[in-house]
Design a binder for this molecule. Structure first.
Ligand SMILES: NC(=O)c1ccc[n+]([C@@H]2O[C@H](COP(=O)([O-])OP(=O)(O)OC[C@H]3O[C@@H](n4cnc5c(N)ncnc54)[C@H](O)[C@@H]3O)[C@@H](O)[C@H]2O)c1
Length: 362
């Protein structure tokens, strides 16, 4: 077993600095390199490291210095928190330089980028994971436990979303990328947990989608699976709607939803609402993961989804065990960015979803 994972963190904006702060409590991981376009951002990050009692580390400042970071012998894992357009380019290069890589969401913005990630991961045999933190949401983890016990029967339909009022977000690149996107630019927070619940890539696969974007860039995408099940995904970051990822699960023997209020309805039982529903659902969480969540709460972390994701990632790399999410998950959940826009451009026509596993989804 390794003793430490040395991380080179690229992209020290809002998410990158939050990541750096989070890693202060992740034992077995150390930040050994920092990269950003701006010297000020790197200096801010160095100050955070100092405040955590660490020494300064090599900083890579400028448009193309991230390549040098990827080549550094002091880095095992390249951690990408840059804007969407650079994720795949950086991840591919990092793997070619022998590094494992993790990528903030979405991992790729086009189907071509998805294939580039798959091909490079297969060729280099490196690890490549997308940092889909919503797969560590406690409600989702509880539902996963119930699904594994068959409590919903056959899952027939799921709904997910990213509904988040970001009208006042200062990030120019993000606002512009979203406004110019014709489909759903940010599908993975909704889709990732649903694919896990439905066993997508493990006995079923996504085969096609139709997508519609209305006024104010509100997008609805409907996805069909090989077994004939359906998924409804929504994106809306530009209205005063309350935050929601919906998280609706419909099965032959049960129904659950997280937003706007938790509800659980199991066949033949009284429905449960709010705290009662949550307590029941949470009791089915995987015990190992539950211990990590409790550890996070004891440590006083701000967000247990992020803590659980970080802890599970570093533990898997230290022990050389499989990561919770693989490259086929990353690209499948990300490809909806381009395919939803394609469907909209075609007047809401169905668009095929590639099988990135090349037949290995059974
Ligand atoms: N999982 C979540 O909950 C969550 C939350 C927020 C953001 N994110 C994701 O995190 C990523 C970053 O978002 P953000 O809000 O922090 O953006 P940001 O604009 O605040 O930060 C991006 C940083 O990347 C740097 N950068 C860009 N090009 C670079 C290059 N060539 N070399 C080095 N640095 C470069 C920029 O200088 C900037 O500091 C996005 O993918 C976003 O979707 C995820």
């Amino acid at each position: 077993m390794r003793h430490s994972i040395r991380i080179g963190l690229i992209g020290l904006g809002q998410r990158g600095l939050a990541t750096l702060t989070r890693y202060a409590v992740i034992e077995g991981a150390e930040i050994t390199a920092l990269g950003d376009l701006s010297a000020e951002a790197v200096e801010n990050a160095q100050q955070i490291l100092s405040s955590q009692g660490h020494k300064r580390v090599p900083g890579y400042v400028g448009e193309s210095q991230w390549r040098k970071l990827c080549e550094s012998p002091n880095v095992d894992l390249v951690y990408l928190c840059t804007d969407w357009s650079s994720h795949t380019r950086m991840a591919v290069f990092a793997m070619q330089k022998g590094k494992n890589v993790v990528i903030e969401v979405p991992a790729a913005m086009s189907v071509d980028e998805c294939w580039a990630l798959v091909n490079t991961t297969e060729e280099t045999q490196r690890q490549c994971m997308m940092l889909e933190n919503c797969c560590y949401d406690v409600f989702h983890l509880g539902i996963m436990g119930m699904v594994e016990k068959g409590m919903f029967g056959t899952i027939t339909h799921c709904e997910g979303a990213y509904i988040h009022d970001l009208r006042h977000l200062e990030s120019r690149w993000r606002t512009e990328s979203t406004q110019h996107h014709m489909g759903n630019p940010y599908p993975t927070h909704g889709l990732g947990p649903i694919c896990q619940l439905m066993g997508i890539n493990h006995g079923d696969r996504l085969i096609s989608l139709v997508s519609m974007t209305g006024l104010n860039n509100i997008n609805n995408t409907l996805i069909r699976t090989e077994l004939g099940r359906s998924i409804l995904l929504q994106f809306d970051d530009h209205t005063p709607r309350p935050y929601s990822r919906i998280q609706t699960i419909c099965g032959t023997d049960g129904y659950a939803q997280k937003y706007p209020q938790p509800i659980l309805q199991l066949e033949g039982k009284e429905p449960l609402y709010n705290t009662q529903a949550e307590e029941f659902i949470y009791s089915f969480q995987n015990k190992k993961i539950k211990r990590i969540i409790e550890e996070g709460i004891t440590l006083g972390v701000e967000n247990t989804m992020n803590y659980t994701m970080d802890r599970r990632l570093i533990d898997a790399l230290l022990n050389d065990t499989p990561l919770d999410m693989n490259i086929y998950d990353a690209v499948l959940w990300s490809c909806v960015t381009e395919l939803s826009a394609q469907s909209v451009a075609l007047g809401n026509q169905p668009v095929e979803i590639p099988d990135f596993t090349r037949g290995n989804w059974h």
